[in-house]
Write a protein that binds this ligand. Structure first.
Ligand SMILES: [Ca+2]
Length: 200
C-alpha cells in the first residue's frame, strides 16, 4: 500500500470512528441543562464538529495531524498527553483528565462529566471552573463568556488592589482640588475686601 492509499485508508477509518464516537449526547445534555444554544465548538476545533473538509475537520487534516488524531484516539486511559487537531484545549483536557474509555462510558450519564472534571481546572482563567462552564453552557476558553455576576465578582477579587489605589488616588485628587478652590476663594474675598477698604 503506497503512502497516498494509506492516508486515504486512515482518513476513512478515522471518519468511521468519528461517527461511531460521536459525542452529540454531551452537547444535547449541555443544551438542556443550560438552555443555551451550544455548538460543537465547546470541545471541537470547528463549530460544525469533526466531520468535513475544513481546517480542524477530519477531511482537511494533514498527515501529521492525522497522526496526532490517531494518538489522541488511543488515549483510552486518563493522564495521556493529548493534542488532537480536531479538539480545542477543553476537548483535549477532557481526554487527558478522564480518558477516552470513560468518555465513551459517560455517554449514558453525561452530567457526571462535571464530577469527573473536578473544579480545579479553569482554562480561560475567568474564575469559573471548566466543569461549571460545561454545565452552564458557557465557553471554557472564552474569559468573557460566563455567568455575569460570577465574572464581576472574580474581576473585583482579582483587581481589588488596583480598585483601592484608583479610589484612593481619586479621593486625594478631589481633596486637593477642593483645598485649592477654597484657597482661591479666600484670596479673592481678601482682595475684594482690600479694594472695598481702599475705596471707602
Ligand atoms: Ca473558565
Amino acid at each position: 500500500m503506497n503512502r497516498l492509499a494509506a492516508a486515504v485508508w486512515l482518513s476513512a477509518l478515522l471518519a468511521v470512528d468519528a461517527r461511531a464516537a460521536a459525542h452529540g449526547v454531551y452537547q444535547e445534555f449541555v443544551r438542556k441543562s443550560s438552555g443555551r444554544p451550544v455548538d460543537c465548538a465547546m470541545c471541537h476545533t470547528h463549530s460544525n464538529g469533526p466531520e468535513g473538509t475544513a481546517a480542524g475537520q477530519i477531511g482537511g487534516l494533514s498527515s501529521e495531524e492525522l497522526s496526532r488524531l490517531g494518538r489522541a484516539r488511543s488515549a483510552f486511559e486518563p493522564g495521556a498527553n493529548v493534542d488532537s487537531p480536531i479538539l480545542n484545549d477543553f476537548g483535549d483536557l477532557i481526554l487527558q483528565r478522564v480518558g477516552k474509555k470513560r468518555v465513551l462510558e459517560l455517554r449514558s450519564a453525561p452530567g457526571r462529566l462535571v464530577e469527573e472534571l473536578g473544579v480545579a481546572s479553569d482554562l480561560d482563567a475567568d474564575g469559573l471552573s471548566d466543569a461549571r462552564e460545561y454545565l452552564e453552557g458557557t465557553h471554557p476558553l472564552i474569559a468573557s463568556d460566563g455567568d455575569p455576576w460570577s465574572l464581576f465578582c472574580h474581576s473585583v477579587k482579582r483587581e481589588w488592589f488596583r480598585l483601592v489605589m484608583i479610589t484612593a488616588a481619586t479621593l486625594i485628587t478631589l481633596y486637593g482640588l477642593s483645598n485649592l478652590l477654597r484657597g482661591f476663594a479666600v484670596r479673592v474675598r481678601a482682595k475684594e475686601s482690600a479694594e472695598e477698604g481702599a475705596g471707602s
